[in-house]
Design a protein around this ligand. Structure first.
Ligand SMILES: *Cc1c(COP(=O)(O)O)cnc(C)c1O
Ligand code: SF4
Length: 375
């Protein structure tokens, strides 16, 4: 822990540049096979910034697994490069328009760390920032599509850009009248909390309604630094959600997930999704059985605050979008009643009211609700 003291005072750019960004630096920090590390990082870049590096307690722990390259990344027969068909649903460069009313917009390829399980493994790490004309074209597309009322600004990670660059994009987006909400998907609050500065917050708060969905995968990522960063964003009026990925050897344990979800609420982040790991090439060693995700939801629902229970989703391979999986709670469904099971396994009955016959089980004499009169 001593290594982490004072990290907070450092400029986020130094925190970002410090740490590990190649096989040689990795070998300097850990007892790993440098040749193997070279082979893996040739395909998929490594980036473990100084702050995130300081969270690793020992090789193989839940933090290590998320960022240290593994030779298994090169031996994956099931995964493919673009499992969600994001390119197929892309009417224009850097934009995926899959759902009727919302789009996903990739603004850069830089991230605070490079997660080994990343769905956009094929893309992240490209150091070139997108040319302004390309960004402009994506913005034009949104302007020309009035059905788009919600945008997810993703990447990479938009918050890795400079304030002026982010602000320019937000200004362009806010000038589009039909765009109701802007969401930023960012691992920054978790993996590079120093980047959340008062200047960033003061800029972001001008573009409400603005949401940030961040990405924590383990309770040990909840630190005084991340708590401070999330608190500052929340104080700027930005509702915070979390999109967690279910990962073997990291968080595939109901107790670990419960602790994570509760800790997130304590730093003002509302758990939003738990993702089943996508079928991305090079990530097979992270995948769990779908049953594990359902087991986790069963361990959460009813056993802790409903606020702490996210949706467990599979992003359907081939571009079907997110499909929520819910543990079976309906035991039986017949003409008269629905038989339900609660979180303790007890069975309860609720009358099955036929559609269009809402009053059948209790006619009100007044033919409706009697207005409440305080006098
Ligand atoms: C996840 C996603 C969205 C946003 O989906 P929500 O369920 O509204 O959070 C939009 N577009 C694409 C392509 C996505 O993958
Ligand atoms: S921060 Fe997000 S986009 Fe970047 S490598 Fe990690 S999971 Fe992928």
């Amino acid at each position: 822990m001593a290594e982490r003291e004072g990290a907070w005072d450092e400029d986020w750019r130094d925190v970002f540049r410090g740490g590990v960004s190649n096989a040689e630096q990795l070998a300097a920090h850990f007892d790993i096979d440098i040749e193997e590390a070279r082979r893996v990082t040739k395909e998929f870049p490594v980036r473990i910034n100084k702050y995130y590096l300081s969270l690793i307690e020992e090789p193989g722990d839940a933090i290590w697994r998320q960022v240290v390259p593994d030779p298994l990344e090169l031996t994956d027969s099931l995964g493919c490069e673009d499992p969600l068909g994001e390119e197929d649903d892309s009417p224009i460069l850097n934009l995926t328009h899959r759902y009727p009313d919302r789009v996903l917009f990739y603004i850069n390829h830089q991230c605070p760390i490079y997660c080994r399980f990343c769905t956009r493994k094929r893309k992240v790490g490209d150091p070139h920032s997108l040319p302004k004309e390309e960004v402009m074209k994506a913005i034009d597309y949104i302007r020309e599509h009035p059905e788009v009322r919600d945008i997810v600004v993703s990447g990479g990670d938009a918050l890795m850009l400079s304030e002026s660059r982010i602000e320019w994009v937000l200004q362009q987006l806010r000038a589009i009248p039909h765009l109701e909400i802007i969401r930023i998907a960012s691992r920054v609050p978790c993996a590079l909390p120093q980047r959340v500065t008062p200047e960033l917050c003061d800029m972001l708060r001008k573009y409400h309604p603005l949401y940030i969905n961040t990405h924590f995968n383990h309770p040990r990522e909840v630190t005084p630094e991340t708590a401070k960063a999330c608190g500052m964003l929340a104080d700027a009026g930005i509702p915070l959600g979390c999109q967690t990925v279910l990962l073997k050897g990291v968080n595939d344990d109901p107790e670990v997930m419960k602790e994570l979800m509760q800790k997130l609420l304590s730093i003002r982040v509302k758990p939003y999704y738990i993702y089943q790991a996508d079928l991305v090439f090079g990530t097979a060693h992270f995948r769990t059985a779908v049953e594990k995700g359902l087991e986790i939801i069963r361990a959460l629902r009813g056993h802790t605050s409903g606020m702490a229970v996210p949706h467990y989703v599979i992003d359907a391979p081939g571009g079907g979008g997110k499909i929520a999986l819910v543990p079976e709670s309906i035991v039986e469904w017949n003409d008269d009643e629905i038989v339900l099971r609660n979180y303790e396994g007890n069975v309860y009955r609720y009358p099955n009211i036929p559609p269009g016959d809402a009053n059948a089980h209790g006619e009100s004499p007044a033919g409706g609700l009697t207005p409440f009169d305080p006098d």
